[in-house]
Design a protein around this ligand. Structure first.
Ligand SMILES: N[C@@H](CCC(=O)N[C@@H](CS)C(=O)NCC(=O)O)C(=O)O
Length: 203
């Protein structure tokens, strides 16, 4: 399996799962502006969509779209998923909320929005993060261990710290808890990510 990723991108969630699971996998970063991979390859030949994550399976199948990539990993590695039809549906429910509302809600911050657009986005994002918390069962979204949905939320909370978007206390705690996992630290290091100062100050 090979994961194409970019530091700070939503591909980080899948990268964490693959790192934590500990089975051999390949990874390569992509310059999202030029679509050139770290080894000089043309990323558009991996996927004409031109965005990460892209997960290439052993038989050459390519999975794109973070929801699909993460869902696939949760079926492969059940420790990151939920059992039974309702559980899997709940997982997809959160993954979809994050992908279509929260992830996209950060657009003004990543793509040069005006201050007004950023302020409106920030307020909406805080309300959406509150929605995530309202369904939270325990320390993690669905109980005592993080699923792929928690990891996607984790990435969004890193973006929130980076751009100064307020998030509920329970998600600050979730971010801290997930950030303390060895596999997560290893992944962040491997992507060369440095945490925003305001987050480091939270301890
Ligand atoms: N619909 C895609 C969007 C993924 C996406 O927006 N990826 C960003 C990084 S977080 C990216 O690669 N952007 C570069 C581009 O769109 O050209 C998904 O949900 O996976």
């Amino acid at each position: 399996m090979k994961l194409y990723y970019c530091p700070w991108a939503c591909s980080l969630a899948a990268h964490i799962v693959l790192t934590e699971v500990g089975e051999p996998f390949d990874s390569e970063s992509v310059d999202l502006k030029t679509k050139v991979t770290a080894s000089g390859g043309d990323f558009n030949r991996v996927t004409t969509k031109g965005y990460v994550p892209a997960l290439v399976l052993g038989d050459g199948e390519v999975i794109t779209e973070n929801v699909a990539v993460l869902y696939y990993l949760s079926t492969l590695y059940p420790a990151y998923g939920l059992e039974d039809a309702l559980g899997r549906t709940r997982l997809l429910e959160v993954l979809s909320l994050v992908a279509t509302e929260i992830h996209k809600g950060f657009k003004p911050f990543w793509h040069g929005g005006t201050e007004e657009e950023k302020a409106a986005a920030s307020a909406r994002l805080t309300a959406l993060f509150q929605q995530v918390v309202s369904g939270m069962v325990s320390d993690y979204l669905f109980g005592a261990r993080p699923t792929v949905a928690d990891l996607y939320v984790f990435v969004m909370t890193l973006w929130a710290a980076r751009f100064g978007v307020e998030i509920p206390e329970r998600l600050i705690a979730l971010r801290r808890r997930i950030g303390e996992r060895e596999g997560v630290k290893t992944t962040l290091r491997s992507e060369g990510m440095v945490m925003p100062k305001n987050m480091r100050e939270e301890g």
